[in-house]
Ligand binder design. Structure first.
Ligand SMILES: [Zn+2]
Length: 246
């Protein structure tokens, strides 16, 4: 691992929910995940039904303070260290917690494939804004907030039934085509098209490292150079520190 990180000059880091559990972010799909308690609101319904919009804002309000107050952990910080050492090409994340940008990863090197909870976005004009006043408005009035243009406002995450943004997928694919090492951290690599991104890089013949606690869907693929089992926060920051010291 250390040798691969030492040799890498254009490292692509792909991250999933497993890197944020140490920051107190709930794993939505896990055994105690949110989706065991609540029904997700599909995008189609959000756009057509006021009741669905209320349900979605109520669900987002429930998690908002947790997201707002979450702090990056040693894994997010190790990725920033790679960028400062001019070894990071990009971070492509499935996470919606905004913790990579809070840790200091540059916007031009970050692709949040599933969007972010740290912004609210108008579904008509695309304008993005700070969520706090919108949550306060919803908490007081129980009315879903609306943009000045009349469009529906929604936390800027990709909803169920909503396509990923083409621009984000294009940027992620472009980075995958330029990297010289790809590292997947804390992802079960089971949600597509996101999980295609590390494979695009690996199929060009660049080394592919997978670190995760528990099985991933890429286990056993010939493209995987190194598979490390365990908690990312116990493995990756130490490996980065050693690689940067050598
Ligand atoms: Zn608008």
């Amino acid at each position: 691992m250390r040798q691969l990180l030492s040799a890498g000059k254009r490292i692509l880091v792909f991250t999933g929910a497993g890197i944020s559990t140490w920051s107190g972010i709930p794993d939505f799909r896990g055994p105690d995940g949110v989706w065991k308690r609540r029904q997700p609101v599909y995008y189609h319904d959000f756009m057509r039904s006021e009741a669905a919009r209320i349900e979605h804002w109520d669900f987002k309000l429930e998690g908002w303070e947790g997201f707002r107050d979450a702090r990056p952990n040693a894994t997010h910080e190790a990725i920033v260290q790679l960028e400062r050492a001019a070894k990071l090409l990009a971070v492509v994340t499935q996470n919606i917690d905004g913790l990579h940008s809070r840790a200091g990863t540059s916007a031009e090197r970050l692709v949040e494939l599933h969007g972010t909870n740290s912004l609210v976005e108008c579904q008509s004009c695309g304008q993005r804004s700070d969520p706090q006043p919108h949550f306060e408005y919803f908490r007081k009035t129980r009315k879903p907030p609306v943009c000045g243009c009349g469009g529906f406002l929604k936390p800027a995450t990709i909803s169920f039934g909503q396509n990923l943004k083409k621009e984000d997928l294009d940027r992620a694919s472009k980075f995958a085509g330029q990297s010289d090492l790809v590292v997947a951290l804390g992802s079960t690599l089971s949600v597509y098209p996101a999980a295609d991104i590390p494979l695009i890089a690996a199929r060009r013949g660049v080394p592919y490292v997978v670190i995760n606690r528990g099985e991933t869907e890429h286990d056993g693929l010939q493209e995987v150079t190194l598979r490390m089992e365990g908690d990312v926060v116990e493995i990756f920051p130490r490996a980065v520190a050693k690689a940067l010291a050598s």
